[in-house]
Design a protein. Structure first.
Length: 367
């Protein structure tokens, strides 16, 4: 194509909002899109190094490919500590002198564009286009002064890379999430420092299984299932004394329950405190994942099941997993029944008020 869109950013990490915007720009402007990852962004410190960010960008584009898109390593390979957009633009103008160039930026950068290096010159060399970004109003003075045009696209989704890093969103291609898991980046790096290694591995395995159960059941709960599964055992790194101390302050009404149940309540406290989780559905799924309770939510049933049939546990759970894939409601009942039989066989408690209520409600009366 004769038009090129320059799309720079830290891409820390690349998310589906970036890709939706790039696809829209390519279509609406009849242009190829050049993704230009910043080595050392001027306005922010990247959470992970450029190698990881570049790898995730490649994976995302290979999986979700934007037509005609390419990745430029011009800024990555530059010798300067900080890259300036004006220099990048001049590089591409020299390389492709006969093409028309667009510079794609977000509303946050529109508002501080007057602070960029040579902003007036940039506006003379390229057509600046911008997209709306959730939470930002537009500096119309900059829009007028630098002759910016708004891209007629409002469907990027309310997602930012910061949301991914902080486990508030999982709006990334599956290949990027796989990479984050493989290299323990962002929220996983944080979780790995909270839990013992085996408990961390179990939590990640439960998260992945819970997400797959939601997917196979065609539920719009994939992200919530992953987050709840990942954080369900968050309190397992705490000592008995720490658990009791938090229970006394935060959940005194549940202190009479067997100590094995404490971690599910303290897990809710830590999910709020360490990961700023506010979603009540996620928090409730964590809160009763060990004991269960009567009238559980669909998400609660998924987390209960995924925890009990985690492939890393020392028994063959393949058939139970398949049942949950086919129907998470019926699968939950099968898992609950199997868990009751197991607990009775090893003389473990099933008579605490929550577990008893759960088993009586679902196994006696039915769902």
């Amino acid at each position: 194509m004769e038009n090129l869109v320059l799309f720079g950013g830290s891409f820390d990490p690349i998310h589906l909002g970036h890709l939706r915007i790039a696809s829209a720009a390519s279509f609406l402007l009849n242009a190829d899109v050049v993704f230009i990852p910043s080595k050392n962004p001027r306005w922010k410190d990247p959470a992970v190094n450029i190698r990881h960010r570049l790898n995730m960008l490649r994976l995302a584009i290979n999986q979700k490919g934007v037509s005609g898109s390419i990745i430029s390593d011009f800024e990555v390979k530059s010798d300067t500590d900080v890259n300036y957009t004006i220099d990048t633009i001049r590089h591409f103008l020299k390389k492709f002198p006969h093409k028309k160039f667009y510079l794609l930026i977000g509303t946050d950068q529109v508002n501080k564009f007057h602070q960029w290096r040579e902003p007036k010159q940039i506006s003379h060399l390229v057509q600046i286009i911008y997209v709306s970004r959730p939470g930002f109003s537009v500096n119309l003075e900059n829009v007028t002064k630098y002759k910016m045009e708004k891209l007629d696209f409002e469907e990027s989704g309310e997602v930012a890379s910061k949301d991914i890093r902080q486990l508030k969103s999982l709006d990334v291609p599956s290949s990027v999430l796989d990479y984050i898991e493989k290299h323990h980046l962002y929220f996983l790096d944080k979780l790995k420092n909270v839990l013992p290694l085996k408990r961390y591995e179990h939590s990640l395995s439960v998260a992945k299984l819970a997400r797959r159960i939601a997917f196979h059941n065609r539920l719009s709960l994939e992200s919530k299932a992953y987050i709840a599964g990942l954080l369900h055992d968050l309190a397992k790194g705490k000592s008995k004394e720490e658990l009791v101390s938090i229970m006394e302050k935060e959940y005194p009404n549940y202190l009479h329950l067997p100590p094995f149940a404490y971690h599910q309540f303290v897990g809710v406290y830590l999910a709020k405190d360490l990961f700023n989780i506010e979603d009540e559905e996620i928090l409730e799924a964590i809160k009763f994942h060990a004991t269960g309770k009567k009238e559980m939510s669909v998400l609660g049933k998924i987390i209960y099941s995924a925890d009990k049939i985690d492939p890393l546990r020392q028994f063959k759970s393949g058939n139970l997993i398949k049942k949950c894939y086919r129907d998470c409601q019926e699968g939950f009942l099968t898992v609950l029944k199997a868990n009751k039989e197991y607990l009775l066989s090893v003389h473990k408690d099933i008579n605490n008020e929550l577990t008893k209520a759960c088993m009586d409600y679902y196994l006696t009366k039915g769902d």
